[in-house]
Design a protein. Structure first.
Length: 587
């Protein structure tokens, strides 16, 4: 543990009290014990289990103005470790992390030791970027200096055991016997049982509002006293390795917990608002998705177009839709469809939402210069067959993705547009030449998510307005005679489609209950998949509008999102109101 000046220790204790991590009474008792037994106060705090060593190190870094890093689950490249010899690293309790813009990032136990920092900078003959780390973190990296290949198996086994221990430690951090931890666990357990995708913790003037997003819709679940806010937000920041004393700028982080026997990844976004700090927790349940494209709702023409696009040796497959429409999930499903030992798949994501075995996944980190653009340049030197770029956000990334597709790679990515056809003009806006778009883009997916009708449901016959909506939207797709039913159903991928000439259609609606509010439970995808054929390519080269491209795609058999939704309505999956709600901005 780093040596502290009296001024720094005073700031540290004030921080711990101010953030609700240690009570003033407990601190006074420990200060008395420290003076009596001649033991450092910080050591007593750790030994008596008031706070853990990582938290103390994090807090010291905060008050010292030094960036903090937790290395307990990190593995450093041997080339980087070789930049600082093992004996020097052990003598100064300092380990190299990475090379960043001609500076060496180094984690130190005592990052405030100016003489040690100067010595190391002179020793390696380059400037340093210094981070503060706990003794456990530094020793974890020191143990990686071993180069005896015969010990690889033993090291792997020990690493696995250590990883399990560290994971257990992280899980314990959230189940400590304190009111704040219990409150957080209770909120997360409720969200998980409710199948919530997000938890919103929102400060009001006199209370703290908790809302959950279930099946795409936000609803309030409780209000807590305003007094609990600082300690609850601090606990979340600690678990996410964020700055606990920073209240003015947004922060993002993540951590993993085990709740109700499930391992769940949580993505944290904290933003300052007028009454405090708002926390949004994205819940990524690893056990909740097997990434099967047919189970996700792809069917018929859409499914065939996708499988045709991803079987090509090169080109681009793009997904589009608003935030929260399942674009990234679709990309994971496509990767699963083509994953094979003979294929090198590399992804660049921000963040890595799901860990997928057999896929080389890279986390974007702008703080160290690893952006989508710079990461994509690096990926192309790693001999990939398939490249997934989490999102094309700017013209530089778009140009690199197009060049990758032109040079024999299959590229998957997402864009924020309202429809599949809107992707092509969006690429033009990013400065991509029309002939390059036409020659590289294979397939475009537009998508939305709708709420599913709950199992407890009622069957009814459509009224005249609903019947007219169905006839106008998909009447031309439905079978005209009984003899056409089997052929059309197979073509569109939906069973037992009704005749287009019916005066009413059999529909379903859910029954409102505590288990399925408003009669819905779960979500399903609506998709439109555009195969970029020669006619679409000609329109792209002529710089056609998205509406012109949309019309041409429909003439060549593309089923739009709304049409796909109405066919799911006829299958009893969702309702007309729900489809109209999410496709109101599409054709």
């Amino acid at each position: 543990m780093a040596l502290l000046t009296s001024d720094t220790q005073e700031k540290l204790t004030s921080l711990l009290i101010g953030e609700g991590l240690v009570s003033e009474t407990v601190l006074k008792d420990l200060e008395a014990s420290s003076a009596k037994d001649n033991k450092p106060l910080l050591r007593l705090l750790v030994e008596q289990g008031v706070v853990d060593n990582e938290l103390i190190t994090h807090a010291i870094a905060q008050v010292s103005g030094v960036p903090y890093v937790n290395l307990n689950n990190s593995f450093i490249d041997q080339n980087v470790l070789s930049l600082l010899s093992e004996d020097i690293a052990e003598r100064f309790m300092a380990v190299p992390l990475a090379e960043v813009q001609n500076r060496l990032a180094v984690a130190m136990l005592d990052a405030n030791n100016v003489q040690a920092v100067d010595y190391l900078a002179n020793y390696i003959e380059r400037p340093l970027k210094v981070f503060m780390a706990s003794e456990e973190s530094v020793r974890h990296v020191l143990g990686q200096y071993k180069t005896d290949l015969s010990s690889v198996d033993a090291a792997a086994e020990a690493s696995q055991v250590e990883s399990v221990k560290e994971s257990a430690k992280e899980i314990k951090m959230i189940v400590q016997d304190s009111p704040i931890s219990k409150a957080l666990v209770t909120i997360l357990e409720y969200a998980l049982k409710s199948r919530a995708s997000d938890v919103h913790i929102e400060p009001l003037e006199g209370s703290l509002k908790i809302r959950c997003r279930v099946d795409g819709m936000l609803r309030e679940i409780m209000q807590l006293p305003k007094s609990i806010e600082p300690a609850l937000v601090s606990r979340i920041k600690i678990l996410s390795n964020l700055k606990i004393d920073e209240h003015r700028t947004p922060q993002d982080g993540q951590f993993t917990v085990k709740i109700a026997g499930k391992e769940v990844d949580l993505r944290i976004a904290i933003s300052p608002v007028i009454w405090g700090e708002q926390v949004v927790i994205r819940i990524l349940d690893k056990s909740g998705n097997d990434f099967d494209i047919e189970a996700m709702g792809y069917a018929g023409r859409a499914l065939r177009a996708i499988r045709k696009g991803i079987r090509r040796p090169n080109g681009m497959v793009l997904t589009s839709g608003p935030t929260g429409s399942g674009k990234t999930t679709s990309l994971y499903a496509l990767i699963k469809e083509i994953k094979d030992d003979s294929v090198n798949i590399v992804t660049l994501e921000d963040p890595v939402e799901y860990k997928m075995s057999g896929v080389n996944q890279i986390q974007v980190n702008a703080d160290v210069g690893l952006t989508f653009a710079s990461g994509l340049r690096s990926i192309l030197r790693q001999d990939p067959d398939v490249v997934m770029v989490g999102e094309i956000r700017d013209s530089e990334t778009a140009n690199l993705a197009v060049q990758a597709a032109l040079t024999g790679h299959l590229v998957f990515s997402t864009l924020h547009t309202n429809s599949a056809a809107g992707v092509l003009p969006r690429l033009l806006d990013m400065g991509i030449e029309p002939f390059l778009i036409a020659s590289t883009v294979n397939t475009i997916i537009g998508q939305r998510l709708v709420r599913r009708v709950a199992k407890k449901r009622e069957i009814y016959q459509s009224n005249p307005i609903e019947t007219q909506n169905i006839t106008t939207t998909i009447g031309h797709l439905l079978p005209k005679t009984s003899a056409d039913i089997a052929r059309v159903s197979q073509d569109l991928g939906y069973k037992d489609l009704p005749l287009a000439s019916q005066s009413a259609y059999t529909l379903v609606k859910g029954v409102d209950s505590p288990q399925s509010p408003r009669g819905y439970s779960g979500r399903a995808g609506l998709y439109e998949v555009m195969d970029v054929d020669e006619s679409i390519q000609s329109l792209i080269v002529a710089r056609a509008t998205s509406s012109e491209i949309q019309r041409a795609a429909q003439q060549h058999g593309m089923v739009t999102m709304r049409q796909d939704g109405y066919m799911k309505v006829l299958q009893g999956i969702t309702t007309i109101e729900e489809v109209n709600r999410v496709t109101s901005d599409t054709a």
